[in-house]
Design a binder for this molecule. Structure first.
Ligand SMILES: C[S@@+](CC[C@H](N)C(=O)[O-])C[C@H]1O[C@@H](n2cnc3c(N)ncnc32)[C@H](O)[C@@H]1O
Length: 291
């Protein structure tokens, strides 16, 4: 092979030691599994940070993030850059069907106060909420459920480690393209259009935004600073990034915040098989906490 056919080594390429150091940090801090296959992805995701800081090499960046006084601040941007935040409105729609057809009526039967006029309040946690599509989908689904249930009320806690995602989520502003999976009736009911016809963005209505509290939380924390116990936890498409011991540890901690009989939803490509957890499988990727 001639030299001409070799890819030119970029000045931003990482040495094996440099890559290993990032991997160690990412796995320790975020629980995210790393392998050599992720090296090009990591390198490309950090290019924007290099440009933002006026640095030339990832080694310089490493010095900055791990040694400098402002490293702590940069670590927040680093986490924003390396997390995978793929999400959608009504992603894995079977879960929302199950919620309204089975889980909510079941919870209503056991949790609702005896007198119909007494309000009952459902608490949900959307753990790993990314840019907000999942918690807002839940607010739409629950608002629909509430239409035929006088006295039913709900609130959501939505958490993520990425501050950039949380800021986006809190705004509740999305492009027309992003909201396309929302059924038309719900789009009309729960999204506001700009008065300017040239703008192709919509915003989630204030009533739904007010029902969600967004908070930063790292699943690697020893305990979760969420005081409440929840009837339902959505924890979808996060587990795949963790190794088995961390999966078990994280789900155990989540279970501490789930009422007995409460529901845990994980992603359809995720499995809790082989983990020792106080959960009973109900349907694909849906579990209930043991009484
Ligand atoms: C692929 S998204 C899933 C979003 C949504 N749950 C869904 O299913 O559409 C995974 C989210 O988990 C978050 N995440 C990854 N590691 C985390 C950690 N250690 N603590 C908290 N959030 C984390 C990421 O920032 C990202 O927004």
């Amino acid at each position: 092979m001639s030299n001409a056919s070799l890819p030119a080594a970029s000045h931003a390429d990482l040495s094996p030691q440099g890559f290993a150091r990032f991997c160690h940090y990412i796995t320790q801090e975020l629980g995210i599994k790393m392998s050599d296959a992720k090296r090009p992805l990591l390198q490309s995701r950090l290019q924007r940070r290099l440009r933002a800081l006026g640095l030339h090499t990832l080694e310089e960046y490493q010095e900055h993030i791990f040694r400098s006084a402002s490293g702590e601040e940069e670590r927040v941007h680093f986490i924003d850059a390396i997390t995978t935040n793929k999400t959608d409105f009504f992603r894995e729609p079977a879960h929302f069907e199950y919620l309204t057809r089975t889980a909510l009526p079941g919870l209503e039967a056991t949790r609702r106060p005896a007198t119909p006029e007494t309000p009952w309040h459902l608490k949900l946690w959307c753990a790993g909420c990314s840019s907000g599509e999942e918690p807002y989908t839940l607010t739409m689904v629950l608002s629909e459920f509430a239409r035929s249930r006088p006295g039913f009320d709900f609130s959501l806690l939505a958490t993520d480690i990425s501050t950039r995602m949380l800021e986006h989520a809190q705004l509740g502003i999305y492009t027309e393209e992003r909201v396309a999976p929302i059924p038309p009736t719900l789009r009309t009911r729960y999204l506001l259009r700009s008065k300017d016809p040239g703008r192709t963005q919509v915003r989630v209505v204030p009533d739904l935004r007010q029902r969600v509290s967004f908070r930063r939380l790292n699943f690697m924390d020893a305990t979760y600073a969420v005081p409440e116990r929840f009837e339902v936890i959505f924890f979808r498409n996060v587990l795949i990034y963790f190794d088995k011991p961390r999966q078990q540890d994280v789900v155990r901690k989540l279970c501490r915040h789930l009422i007995p009989g409460g529901y845990l939803f994980v992603g359809h490509s995720e499995s809790l098989a082989g983990l020792d957890l106080p959960l009973i499988a109900q349907a694909p990727a849906i579990y209930r906490r043991r009484p």
